[in-house]
Design a protein around this ligand. Structure first.
Ligand SMILES: [Ca+2]
Ligand SMILES: [Ca+2]
Ligand SMILES: [Ca+2]
Ligand SMILES: [Ca+2]
Length: 350
């Protein structure tokens, strides 16, 4: 299945990104009437479903909400059941909003049933033509979340649902942008936690997954490896520390040493941030998240930077066992590298 941002992207030609200009002497009753029609908790509600898709149809344009973000902005829309394109597109709804100042934000998409279609999420675009992808998320468990820093300006949120058939019924959703404080929500922990202990002299004791270029990730054939047993059951609002060493090993793999850590989410934890850090500026470490015993990545945080952190916030399933794999990119400098992974649990309640 194609990612949304791999679909043909057609630039907006004649559509400005400014909200409709209101005459300064517009009657006050106009605003009152619009506001009165909004569902509770919504700052804007989708108005033109059939023409707010500027990705797959090419003929649409984002709805200019006119909203200026301060601490929380909520856009309410619906994934429609009525205009599946016969391929994979169920519905795409694009909206613009603006920030007057730079801000760290969490972008969430939530609503009942959003886990039903094959892929539901939000792409965030910036730039003068609103075609530069600056963030994205997809539903895992109950909802979708990502954390990004946005500079002042105008952005486009494209909510999408991709599936092999039309939805059985329409699904209302809420797109929310809320202020974030990543430095306090998920700072690097510097003491305590779980230390890698089962990698062995060959640094293969905790591998679990092979990532060979050109083939899907697969479980190792070795019967001798096992994931590091952190025994973490991560509750919302609690942060946990893992430390380990990425060894300098020669393997025919995308990664040299890979180290896999088993942990679980608590019954209410539905979001996780993972901050992976290491010293120096010549080493490229990545992390991937798998559900335990699966070789299909749920999250790949694999930027090519040779300086930490690798940092991402995403939705997770509650009460679920996961594997966090830390890998040293093949050929990277500075190995062995001591690393710290800080896992930050959160409970989002709509
Ligand atoms: Ca639409
Ligand atoms: Ca829609
Ligand atoms: Ca290791
Ligand atoms: Ca290893």
């Amino acid at each position: 299945m194609r990612a949304l941002h791999a679909l043909p992207l057609l630039l907006l030609a004649a559509c400005g990104d400014d909200g409709a200009q209101q005459p300064v002497d517009a009657p006050l009753t106009l605003d009152a009437a619009i506001d009165a029609g909004l569902p509770i908790g919504c700052d804007y509600a989708e108005r033109r479903d059939l023409t707010n898709d500027d990705v797959s149809s090419g003929s649409g344009s984002p709805e200019p909400t006119g909203l200026m973000f301060t601490t929380k902005t909520v856009i309410c829309g619906t994934l429609e059941a009525t205009h599946f394109d016969g391929d994979i597109t169920v519905d795409i709804d694009a909206f613009t909003f603006s920030l007057a100042a730079d801000a760290d934000v969490l972008v969430r998409l939530h609503g009942t049933g959003l886990a039903t279609p094959e892929l539901v999420g939000v792409d965030v675009y910036g730039g003068a033509s609103l075609n530069q992808l600056v963030g994205s998320n997809s539903v895992i468990g109950s909802h979708a979340v990502t954390a990004i820093r946005l500079t002042a300006g105008t952005y486009k949120l494209s909510a999408f649902a991709l599936h092999s058939a039309a939805l059985a019924s329409a699904m209302p959703y809420r797109l929310e942008v809320v202020a974030d404080a990543p430095a306090t929500r998920c700072p690097e922990l510097t003491t305590g936690g779980y230390a890698e202990m089962a990698d062995g002299a060959a640094s293969t004791g905790n591998d679990m997954i092979r990532l060979v270029s050109g083939t899907p990730p697969a479980q190792t054939a070795s019967p001798g490896d096992s994931p590091e047993p952190t025994a973490f059951s991560i509750a919302g609002g609690t942060n946990h520390r893992i430390t380990g060493s990425a060894a300098d090993v020669a393997v025919a793999d995308v990664y040299e040493d890979v180290d896999t850590y088993a942990f679980a989410t608590s019954a209410t934890t539905n979001e996780l941030g993972v901050r992976l850090t290491w010293p120096g500026a010549t080493t490229n470490l990545d992390y991937l998240l798998f559900e335990a015993s699966s070789a299909e990545p749920v999250i790949r945080q694999i930027t090519t930077a040779t300086q930490g952190p690798e940092l991402r916030t995403f939705a997770v399933k509650t009460g679920t066992s996961y594997w966090l794999l830390v890998g040293a990119k093949a050929g990277t400098g500075g190995l062995p590298a001591a690393y710290t992974a800080t896992l930050c649990g959160a409970t989002f309640t709509p």
